[in-house]
Design a protein. Structure first.
Lengths: 403, 343
């Protein structure tokens, strides 16, 4: 018997032995996993039970039936969904006769509105500040630096109170409001002329609107740059046609005793919240952008310079496209924290979801149920934002394409 | 695995502990702790306000806290003031953070039926009013059609205003809510709010404490009545009854003419009612779980209801709210302050 044979025989034995041991290991491994999950579920169940019995003992009812009650309180601004006559729900301004559930929807709408606008505006402003920090112009570079430093290092809540009481509420009162071409700026809000539909159900106007929508979709999604430009031009032409034929008209705001009517408006509370969040998030975004630009190989700048590209073209066509591929995930984080920061609206009386929850909890007494709804809403909002960022990231960074 | 065991044990212990906590009366908890946790506002002059020159809490609600501490623990200084806002006050008492709340809270049915609290007797009769800036040229509520009216979040005024708009068919009027009275007052000053609405006593306080009180006009209209009362967590009659009778004791003391100043003299009184009322001979306290001299202690600390009122809201204060002719006068003078029978 050679050593080789011995080891082969023993190898055979080992092989079977190993197989059964692997199986046992796998079973044990899975049993532990399963056990841990079961214990976590049991603990959660126990916690829920303890909370429920604790509440019952204190005589606090836990039920969501209050959502169907009439609200009975007013909300200073915001739209909501109500069950309309047709199959689709109606989208109308909130009124106190509606249900508590509608009040929650108003809050979600107001929160989403500020979050959406703030994401767009802070991305634009943040990119500008970030690029500005690397400007060759001393004034621009230092201005951007100090704005970013100042905003990043003071609490958002204090900035918000500053924007509201020290800036927005210092606008002139309605009686002496500033007027420019139909725009009214006053401490009751900023009123801008709005488009209003006067086409009725004229087929021509509706057809034009459809064409505009198709062109806009084309302008955003068409893969060919030239086609996108054509789509933009088409949208503008169709819109002009719609305006000339009387499908839509401009509705100018008219100042009256206390506020203005007509047009569309941004309330001072929303303006302050939007300003605070946009400026704050923009300064964080600016740092991300600046970091990403700094991390870009210097050769990119040098190559662009040797091709004779001006600094503007270098930044717009060489640097920023590469930067956006890298920074998108960090932007996503910033967007989510921005969306959650809208809950500070309560400090200036903006009726965001958390503010309306406060009123509902006080008027109905169901604060635990309310906070569950509020937390779930913020969770869903954050998920939507991260899904969108993920989708955008996939689009900018296709699989397998090197950065 | 050990960690899991500890976690499980922890949850059981927490459940058991919370159950144990519920079954005992707050009265026993307070006596055991030796300190009363009393929820008050700190931005409402006349009711609960931090006096920045003395560093002390002052106000009608604050004095009621002191009276309770004196009645239950025999020492008015054994009270810890915990600031509650219009929004947090109910949860503060439900979670046991405070034992009782005196925070100019309007008594209304929805609060007892759905928030699971029990109110104490009314300690101040107020009404919902409106205040505007004098230069706005607004003279009465009817001038405010289409205006933005501001109030505090979570207050009863929120629904009162909504109902008032609806009753008058006003479509463009808006209610804007702020966290606290300070922000509300700043918003009125800036012009964002055409009118500020809350209880009339609070309006008087804010106008009275302003650098130039004549800049503000309190409109003559009273939108709705607004009776104030303290409150405790529901289903604890032992605690609630003790507090109710301390409060009634202050009312009765005024009626029987027992004051902080003449208390020592009254303690020597031969009158059997006074002797029993003040706990010199027998007393009412024992069956409530209180010392027999609980009313004497409360009077020693803050005086009778009339004294508490005059010190915090009366004509000698900045609030200048005269009791005469209002429900806040004693029933013997045509008001509504009335104690049940002590016998």
């Amino acid at each position: 018997m050679t050593i080789h044979e011995t080891s082969a025989v023993r190898g055979m034995v080992d092989h079977d032995h190993l197989k059964s041991r692997r199986l046992r290991n796998r079973i044990r491994h899975e049993a532990i996993q399963f056990g841990v999950i079961a214990i976590v579920v049991a603990l959660l169940g126990l916690l829920a039970y303890a909370v429920k019995s604790g509440l019952a003992e204190k005589g606090i009812r836990f039920s969501f039936s209050f959502l169907a009650n009439t609200a009975g309180f007013d909300i200073s601004e915001g739209w909501t969904l109500t069950s309309g006559e047709s199959f689709l729900p109606d989208f109308t301004l909130f009124s106190p006769d509606m249900t508590v559930a509608s009040a929650f929807v108003t809050g979600i709408f107001n929160t989403a509105k500020v979050a959406f606008l703030a994401i767009i505006l802070s991305t634009v402003l943040g990119t500008m500040l970030g690029v500005g920090r690397l400007s060759t112009n001393w004034v621009v570079r230092n201005l951007c630096f100090w704005i970013v430093e100042f905003v990043r290092n003071t609490p958002l809540l204090i900035q918000l109170v500053f924007w509201y009481f020290a800036v927005v509420l210092r606008f002139p009162p309605m009686a002496s409001a500033a007027h420019f071409y139909g725009l009214i700026v006053s401490q009751q809000g900023v009123y801008v002329p709005a488009l209003s539909w006067v086409g009725g159900d004229s087929m021509f106007s509706i057809a034009l609107v459809t064409l505009i929508l198709v062109s806009v979709v084309g302008a955003i999604f068409d893969p060919i740059k030239g086609m996108r430009r054509v789509c933009v031009a088409a949208a503008v032409i169709y819109f002009a046609l719609l305006f000339v034929t009387g499908g839509v008209e401009l509705n100018f705001p008219v100042a009256n005793k206390f506020k203005a009517s007509g047009g569309t408006s941004i309330s001072p509370e929303m303006a302050a919240l939007l300003l605070a969040i946009v400026v704050n998030s923009a300064s964080f975004i600016a740092e991300t952008v600046r970091g990403a630009i700094d991390a870009l190989p210097k050769s990119q700048w040098e190559a662009a310079a040797s091709l004779g590209l001006s600094r503007r073209y270098t930044v717009n066509d060489i640097v920023l496209p590469q930067v956006f591929r890298v920074v998108l995930p960090s932007f996503g984080n910033q967007y989510i924290s921005l969306a959650k920061n809208t809950a500070l609206g309560i400090a200036v009386g903006y009726p965001d979801l958390f503010n309306i929850y406060g009123t509902i909890a006080n008027q109905t007494g169901h604060s635990l149920e309310g906070i569950i709804i509020v937390m779930a809403s913020y969770l869903i909002l954050s998920w939507i934002i991260s899904t969108l960022v993920y989708w955008a990231n996939r689009r900018l960074n296709p699989m397998g394409v090197p950065r | 695995m050990n960690l899991l065991k500890i976690l499980t044990a922890g949850v059981f212990a927490a459940a058991a502990f919370s159950a144990a906590q519920v079954s005992a009366s707050v009265l026993d908890t307070v006596k055991q702790r030796g300190v009363l946790n009393c929820g008050t506002d700190n931005t409402a002059p006349g009711f609960g306000y931090l006096n920045t020159t003395t560093g002390q809490m002052e106000g009608l609600d604050v004095d009621f806290c002191k009276a309770v501490a004196a009645g239950v623990l025999g020492d008015a200084s054994k009270v810890k003031f915990i600031t509650v806002t219009d929004k947090s006050r109910f949860d503060a008492v439900l979670t046991g953070q405070v034992d009782v709340v005196f925070a100019h809270t309007t008594i209304k049915p929805a609060r007892e039926s759905s928030i699971s609290i029990d109110f104490l007797p009314i300690n101040f009769y107020d009404g919902t009013g409106l205040m505007v800036k004098t230069d706005a040229g607004i003279k009465e509520f009817a001038d405010l059609d289409g205006a933005t009216i501001c109030t505090t979040q979570g207050s009863a005024t929120e629904t009162v205003l909504t109902a008032a708009f609806k009753a008058r068919g006003w479509k463009d009027s808006k209610v804007l809510t702020y966290e606290n009275l300070e922000k509300l007052f700043s918003a009125l000053n800036s012009g964002r709010c055409n009118a500020m609405s809350t209880d009339k006593s609070a309006l008087a306080a804010w106008a009275g404490n302003a650098p130039k009180p004549t800049d503000y006009l309190i409109l003559p209209d009273t939108l709705d009545k607004s009776p104030f009362g303290g409150f405790v967590a529901a289903n604890d009659s032992k605690w609630r009854n003790a507090l109710r009778w301390i409060e009634y004791g202050l009312f009765q003391a005024e009626e029987s003419d027992i004051t902080q100043a003449n208390l020592a003299e009254k303690l020597k009184s031969e009158d059997p009612f006074v002797q029993k009322f003040l706990g010199v001979d027998g007393g009412y306290g024992k069956d409530f779980g209180l010392p027999d001299d609980f009313i004497a202690q409360a009077i020693k600390a803050v005086g009778n209801y009339g004294e508490v009122y005059d010190r915090n809201l009366g004509p000698k204060t900045k609030m200048y709210l005269d009791r005469k002719g209002t429900p806040n006068a004693l029933w013997t003078q045509g008001g509504a302050i009335y104690s049940p029978l002590w016998n």
